[in-house]
Design a protein around this ligand. Structure first.
Ligand SMILES: [Zn+2]
Length: 438
């Protein structure tokens, strides 16, 4: 079925040329200018962004769009091919989930299934089970022949979502798409992809869910907003999921989205509130064991009850600290994982099976992963990589699953930044609301 390679796609001439030629006889499509010149400006039809002519010059005659270069250059030598997709038929959906929604989750799920023409934002604390809230809606849409996509800015989150959805929808052929994918695209009514993949779809989805909407500056990334709007069908539904929404996003969508708030976790316990531990010039202490006592003692205490995720602001610091800790704490099983680690998947999997007592990491484990019996330490919480949203997400790794195990969250900091204060304030506020539901 070669035409399945193009249904619902938005491709450049160069990308179409790589496909088998007979496809074009089997499908319907429109061809449009891919980059347009108007007055002194260049308008990209793929990412919707405008550039001044002098900044977009390729040669004497041609222009390109500098905004979406990461997808392969879009320029005036290309056309944009917008492929139609056929309607799908109603069918039976196999759904196997052995748990039930909480009353609060069920209320939101019901609103999603009854108000399918509205856009929704689900603001749910970390560990509230926002993915599960989608199950009834997904069943309904797939059963009525609709096409759905779930997009996240992070590859790791996509992998985790695929795992969860293939478990509960065992008969569905769910396609996973991201930049490092080797397998060529093929049509499926259920797609999980990174947000960047949305640039390659056109009017394809009846439902488009964007998970972890706070993980990228969505309201400031007009290209991504354009891709999201145009990847779905014109009358398609949008659902945004977040644990810690951007204030600007909330303001922007207030009139066009229904906002649902879920302040209590699935297991009905509150979020662990971060303990703030001031550590003057902690960076200067890394070479001496004695000076590292605040961290070493904290690790020794925490590993008595739980395994520990230790977040570092950079890979270099993480590597250095791992070497030192291995020397100073020889009886504790310590490892590290970062975006550059080739064994990243295996290590995360091993941590799920509680193979390490301490896992040093960077921002890659900030969201989307769930481990049982976990305490969390952030070293250098004042660093700029630890935004409010990142800190709330990181704190949310603790006490997500299983019985209560005295999980703790500790932020070691040299300077109490706005992000630290705002993260603590937001967690306290959510717990205040959560208490009313307990
Ligand atoms: Zn562009």
């Amino acid at each position: 079925m070669p035409h399945k390679k193009v249904w619902g796609r938005r491709l450049l001439t160069r990308e179409v040329a790589q496909l088998p030629k007979e496809i074009l006889n089997q499908v319907t499509y429109q061809r449009t200018a891919s980059v347009m010149k108007r007055n002194q400006q260049i308008i990209c039809q793929r990412c919707g962004q405008i550039t001044q002519q002098q900044e977009a010059k390729l040669n004497e005659e041609d222009y390109y769009c500098p905004h979406c270069l990461f997808l392969g250059r879009n320029d005036t030598t290309q056309e944009l091919w917008l492929f139609d997709q056929p309607p799908l038929f109603p069918r039976q959906i196999i759904f196997t989930w052995d748990k039930t929604l909480t009353i609060e989750q069920a209320k939101i799920a019901q609103r999603l299934t009854t108000q399918v023409t509205d856009h929704h934002l689900i603001w749910a604390v970390t560990g509230a089970g926002k993915t599960e809230i989608l199950y009834p809606l997904l069943q309904l849409l797939l059963a009525t022949g609709k096409r759905v996509a779930i997009a996240s800015p992070r590859v790791d989150v996509c992998q985790e979502l695929l795992l969860r959805f293939t478990t509960v929808f065992p008969e569905e052929k769910i396609v996973l798409l991201h930049g490092k994918q080797q397998v060529p695209y093929t049509f499926s009514s259920f797609v999980i992809c990174t947000t960047h993949q949305l640039y390659r779809f056109y009017h394809a989805f009846d439902l488009l869910v964007v998970d972890e909407i706070d993980a990228f500056p969505y309201v400031r990334d007009q290209g991504l907003q354009y891709a999201t709007e145009t990847a779905k069908k014109p009358d398609g539904q949008l659902i945004y999921l977040t644990a810690t929404p951007d204030e600007r996003l909330l303001k922007e969508i207030r009139r066009t989205f229904q906002i649902h708030y879920l302040p209590l976790r699935f297991h009905q316990r509150l979020l662990p509130e971060p303990r703030l531990i001031f550590w003057n010039n902690w960076r200067l202490c890394l070479n001496k064991r004695k000076k590292m006592n605040p961290l070493i003692k904290k690790i020794q205490t925490l590993v008595k009850d739980n395994h520990v995720l230790l977040f570092c602001p950079s890979i270099e610091l993480m590597n250095e600290l791992q070497m030192k800790l291995a020397e100073w704490l020889p009886t504790i099983n310590i490892t590290s994982v970062s975006s550059k680690d080739k064994k990243r998947q295996e290590k995360v999997q091993a941590m799920r099976h509680q193979k390490y007592e301490v896992l040093l990491t960077t921002m890659i484990l900030e969201r989307g992963v769930t481990f049982e019996n976990i305490s969390v330490i952030v070293l250098g919480a004042e660093h700029e990589v630890f935004t409010k949203s990142a800190l709330v997400q990181i704190a949310g790794r603790a006490d997500r699953k299983g019985e209560f195990s005295n999980s703790q969250v500790c932020f070691f900091y040299h300077e109490k930044t706005r992000a630290i204060k705002k993260a603590v304030k937001e967690i306290n506020m959510m717990n205040k609301a959560g208490r009313l539901l307990q």
